[in-house]
Design a protein around this ligand. Structure first.
Ligand code: TXA
Ligand code: MG
Length: 414
């Protein structure tokens, strides 16, 4: 059975072996009945130890997940909003809860490479035999090096995987998360889990269970609290299908690390990701990569790119200008700049706050703290957030990508 959703033909399949369910939906539009479908009860909350989760505590959430419930859970990157990837109705509820366009495909989470292969087109798997340059062979090498971990691999999809998961595309994005809680949940549920970040579409990704509760509340059936996400930025997405693998979204697995395994990987420069061209970044290849994303609800973000001294001077001048106009301003800067800026802006202390995001060298701390800082400042009623770019090396590139999208293109080169 095939359905027309939002003008795209979707195969509607419920499982690896079982027959497709009979589901009738209107054509040309998203399934309205599913869009309005949400549970009114508060989500069930379970708390587990991040490193050694109690499986007896997780088991009911895992059973519910396998049975079609929406379960938010921690990963090492951000919290995900999980649904059984074989269950198209459950996946439709993910889109509804997030108010996410059906054209934006989901990442499917699996335990390991063996489980991933069950979701890949059998013809592509067969083509990898004896051909090291075949997409699946390349992906296998990346998976061997970086899984479980913050790396998502895009490959030709298995025809039985519901088209809703992949937004009607013939590719699927696969990731084996490293977080012990995510892994325990996957093991207990024994299904592949389609899971976007557990935030309303376009908003800031959640790094704590409380963020999910605040953002999605009763639209979620279960929330598993496994502490704060340790990395804090979403996974690196690599499309393995072309003549050369290419990075669609920079993340914690850096370009440099990927090239140690596959030197031919095309970095974000070549695909136009980053501050300069955020609005043009591969919209067809990765429909989720919009220019506006990860944005606070109220505060307007600007990103300052340049040498540290010039950055500091430009941010200071902009902060004074905004504060003088009666706005509340926050500066997101590395520790080394905080003292100087606080001193320079002390006359404006009532309207200007300086937030430290790790030391200049500690990009991991900046990544871990970024989303929580953006949320905190937004909730505090700040009007303007001025953020310092952290360079393009290592994690700096992912930080630049997220901040330039949060800034909706307001990137100031100094
Ligand atoms: O770290 C992460 O990746 C988190 C955690 C929960 O695993 N997930 C996450 O999902 O960030 P989401 O939905 O917020 O972002 C998924 C990104 C989007 O940019 C989407 O367009 C892209 O991956 N994507 C998914 N499937 C794709 C496909 N078949 N081809 C190209 N891009 C795809
Ligand atoms: Mg997201």
């Amino acid at each position: 059975m095939r359905l027309l959703l939002g003008g795209i033909l979707h195969p509607w399949v419920c499982g690896p072996d079982g027959p497709p369910p009979i589901v009738l939906l209107p054509t040309h539009r998203p399934p309205v009945s599913l869009l309005s479908m949400s549970t009114s009860a508060a989500p069930r909350l379970v708390t587990v130890d991040p490193d050694t989760p109690d499986e007896a505590v997780l088991a009911p959430a895992a059973a519910a997940l396998a049975g079609g419930a929406l379960v938010a859970f921690p990963t090492e990157t951000v919290y995900g909003l999980g649904a059984n990837a074989w269950d198209a109705a459950a996946v439709a509820r993910v889109f509804a809860a997030k108010e996410r366009p059906f054209a934006d495909p989901l990442i499917v989470h699996v335990l390991d490479w063996a489980a991933a292969q069950a979701l890949v087109d059998p013809a592509a798997l067969a083509a990898a035999a004896g051909d090291e340059a075949a997409p699946v062979a390349r992906a296998a090498r990346l998976a061997a090096a970086f899984w479980p971990g913050p790396l998502t691999l895009v490959l030709p999809k298995h025809p039985r995987l519901p088209g809703l998961v992949t937004a009607g595309q013939d590719s699927v994005a696969l990731r084996a998360p490293a977080h012990p809680v995510a892994r325990a949940l996957l093991r207990l549920a024994a299904i592949p889990v389609a899971a976007p970040s557990a935030n309303p579409f376009g908003g800031i990704s959640p790094t704590r269970a409380a963020d999910v509760l605040a953002d999605l509340g009763s639209k979620v059936d279960w929330i598993v609290d496994g502490g704060a996400a340790t990395l804090g930025l979403e996974s690196t997405v690599v499309d393995c299908r072309g003549p050369r693998p290419r990075i669609l979204r920079p993340g914690a697995v850096t370009v440099e690390a990927l090239r140690e395994v596959l030197p031919e990987v095309l970095g974000p420069d070549e695909v136009g990701v980053g501050a300069e061209t955020a609005s043009m970044s591969a919209p067809a290849a990765s429909p989720g990569l919009m220019a506006r994303h990860y944005a606070p609800r109220r505060a307007r973000v600007s990103l300052f790119v340049g040498a540290p001294a010039a950055q500091r001077a430009a941010m200071e001048a902009r902060a004074v200008e905004a504060a003088d106009a009666g706005r509340r301003v926050a500066l997101l800067v590395p520790a080394e700049d905080a003292a100087d800026l606080s001193a320079a802006l002390r006359d404006w202390a009532a309207r200007v706050t300086v937030e430290v995001l790790g030391s200049r060298a500690d990009l991991a701390a900046a990544a871990r703290g970024l989303y929580a800082a953006l949320r905190r400042l937004d909730e505090a009623g700040v009007d303007v957030i001025l953020a310092a770019d952290r360079g393009a090396m290592g994690l700096g590139l992912a930080l630049r990508d997220r901040l330039s999208r949060a800034a909706e293109g307001r990137v100031i080169r100094v």
